[in-house]
Write a protein that binds this ligand. Sequence first.
Ligand SMILES: NCc1[nH]cc(CCC(=O)O)c1CC(=O)O
Length: 404
Amino acid sequence: MHGSFIVSSGTLKRCLAPNFADAASTSRRRSVRGIPRAQQVAEIERPALQQSTPKKANAPPGTPLVPPQDLPSRPRRNRRSPSIREAISETTISPANLILPVFIHDGEQNIPIGSMPGVDRLGWRHGLLDSVAEARSYGVNSVVLFPKTPEELKTPTAEEAFNADGLVQRSIRLLKDRYPDLEVYTDVALDPYNSDGHDGIVRDDGVVMNDETVEFLCRQAVSQARAGADCVSPSDMMDGRVGAIRRALDREGFTNVSIMAYTAKYASAYYGPFRDALASAPKAGQENRIIPKDKKTYQQDPANYREALREARLDEAEGADIMMVKPGLPYLDIIRLLRDNSTLPIAAYHVSGEYAMLKAAAERGWLNERDAVLEALLSLRRAGSDLILTYYATQAAKWMAGEH
Ligand SMILES: NCc1[nH]cc(CCC(=O)O)c1CC(=O)O
């Protein structure tokens, strides 16, 4: 193995650093009249270094300690073998970092989702239990639940969200009954239950009402906690909801239930396949009512960076246990921003559109799916996230275990 790295220094200079080698030999040959060569290098090429570098006792005055052409910087030495690369690898990822989002419906069959090949709406009993069992067998022990609500149960005020016997509440009980050590996360927002397709309650004039919505979110979070959820995750982006939910949970005795806040959630085009999966996109307006066609009055503008820090300070002060950035790859700078400005764990949501892009390219043979997915997830970790929500969770854990 080492043999492959033994190349004559002349060849190395020609192959790897032709410009550097040329520059070094030219400077040696060049002579400036009346000045000794060592001094020429020192005075002409490195005046600043000459002043600050300590000198060997017996070296002539003006001799730089390390003439630059004799100590070329070669970062490739630290990449030359798998052992050295592994030894100095800065970022790791393991199945324990992953949270699997699952779509569930109130039926028995698993139903494929067109824009997310490989992901199904799971039958809430067997499909869900099987999927969780498989994830756990590869070390993924966290799930977050997203329900597909039948249209007839949706209302403008989304009461189904806190039905004690609703699909999510039943599914939490089923999961915690079977796997008490499973970490069950829930989504807190009204969109899967709201006939208008918004995360909050829409007034007739089209305003998504903040404080009224927060009251409903508190009831939703408490009902999920009562069913056994370990962590509730407000994804609605209403103001003040983290503090209100914290107080509501504590008042009901759920001081151990945590809150993973969607802190910096952007009004993104990358949620398209998710809204297909749940039929939860904003609905068209009606004659007597205005319904906003997008979520820009509550989700953040993709152009904004500082705003994420403002949201993070609020969520932290209001008692969030984990802060999330969403989507993932297009927002690596925001993950890093939060990481550097908080001591809380940071989560990243590798969303449905990111999954769909990778799948589509892989299906066409344009990307190596395994390598591209693991690189994407590693990048989310490198940017500073502790947890990653990804539809690839089980598959990625399989790849990490060396399976195909
Ligand atoms: N509050 C709803 C919610 N929770 C998670 C996602 C998107 C997740 C994904 O795209 O994978 C959305 C969609 C939205 O805000 O419209």
